[in-house]
Design a protein. Sequence first.
Lengths: 238, 288
Amino acid sequence: MTAILEIRDLSVSYGASRVIFDASLGVRPGSVTVLLGANGAGKTTLLRAICNMMVRTRGEIRLEGQPIENMATEEIARLGVAHVPDGRGTFIHMTVQENLQLGAYGRRDHAAVGDDFERIFAYFPRLRERRAQPAGTLSGGEQQMLAIGRALMSRPKLLLLDEPSFGLAPLVVKEIFDILRAINRADGVSILLVEQNANLALSLADYGYLLETGRIVMHDTASALSNDDSIRRVYLGY
Amino acid sequence: MDALLFQITSGITTGFIYASLALALVMIFQSTNHINFAQGEMAMFSTYIAFTLVQAGVPFWIAFPTTLLGAFVMGFVIERFVLRPFADAPVLTIVIVFIGLLVIFNSIAGWIFGYEMQPFPSPFPHSWGTRLVSAHQLGIAVVTLSVLAAVYLFFRFTSLGLAMRAAAQNPVSSRLVGIRVGLLLAVGWGLAAAIGAVAGIMAAPIVFLEPNMMAGIMIYAFAAALLGGINNPAGAVPGGIIVGVLENLAGAYVVGTELKLTTALVMILLVLLIRPAGLFGRTLRTRV
Ligand SMILES: Nc1ncnc2c1ncn2[C@@H]1O[C@H](COP(=O)(O)OP(=O)(O)O)[C@@H](O)[C@H]1O
Ligand SMILES: [Mg+2]
């Protein structure tokens, strides 16, 4: 089975400073793959590299076999990669409705967009209540829901999530992860998830990679990683 | 009493002209954080195109939309080929590019069309005139308000308009949802140039056509844009009207016509000093 995303020998830099060194990684269709690592390891940078956003890359990035490493960010998005970035990246001056509408911007099947609004509102009923409010007035949890909802509006093949649990109350985090699981099961969207909260991430993921100061140092199935001694000590805290 | 009313209504109508040019300035500022100093000269050049078409026998109401289309193409091309190479240049470099454009448009207009003032006949029928407002003033109101309403509807209700607002507010997130930000920036320049052309064509019958016709108007428009909020397109209209009326009242009752332009400069300074966000500048409480 060809991977939905295949990264080979990828190096990533900001200007002259190299942050990722020869990373290789794959995401299987329909799976949830997690990228773990401490603060500053380069997780955000790796996700940015996939979307050719703010960084310089060298190496191979393939989406369903097609090389995308030289494509512009907006064209990669149009191929079906939806990135929920670090900091969420909602359009704070625009309403919830407009944010979701923008998620569907690159789509051609305009007729189906209406149904997708309903689908997103079914996952996140609070967004329906707040549809006319500017995104900037939402709570952190609601903004994260909006960012995920906006990504889903594009009917992505691959969903990139950069620390969706960041800064949120545990109850909200649980709600969001339950929905991510449902989205993955029901819609078959492949997910590449970046998390510092390894416990939570491994409970959702099928496969995981561990990034340490820009290098992939370990990868295995999620259950094997959960049982690995060094991972347990450093990232799971027991 | 009539004289005062007359000053006010004529201030409102010139205010619509300032509002159009101010809107062009605001649109470009929103997406680039730069003031296009050449906006007025681009409008002047477009006005000459309309004039040339009319001279060649094209009916005004065909020449007008044709000119707007031409202005759109001109704005689009200038962004793509003149400004794009300077996308990451320091502010001062960009200012110099704008001033260069200003001088170039001014000189080319002078070279092609000459520096003599040309009368530009008003396209509106005399029968529109009343005791208080002339036919041309009423025409200005109708045309500019229709254009401004169309612009509002475009940005508020179309998918392209929404994407253009998104691209101006947050280009990084816009790219992530598949918006071709660079292309839309050029479209924005095209639209701004077309809106500026409306201001030029409406102003020409009042100020006469000549290469420097927009110099004063550009300063009033800048004052209007600042007063309305340089980041707030909806502020351009009230900003333009306030500037137009104050300009007329100051000219008639306070400083005299010769010093009228100073009132615009005073307004610019006052806004910058007291309320840089403008009277209608947007504030939004955000939560994290
Ligand atoms: N915009 C940037 N410019 C330069 N260096 C950066 C930038 N963003 C992140 N870095 C550096 O890259 C490294 C990895 O950062 P990041 O990818 O954000 O890590 P993580 O997401 O794993 O916490 C860090 O050393 C950080 O300082
Ligand atoms: Mg990060």
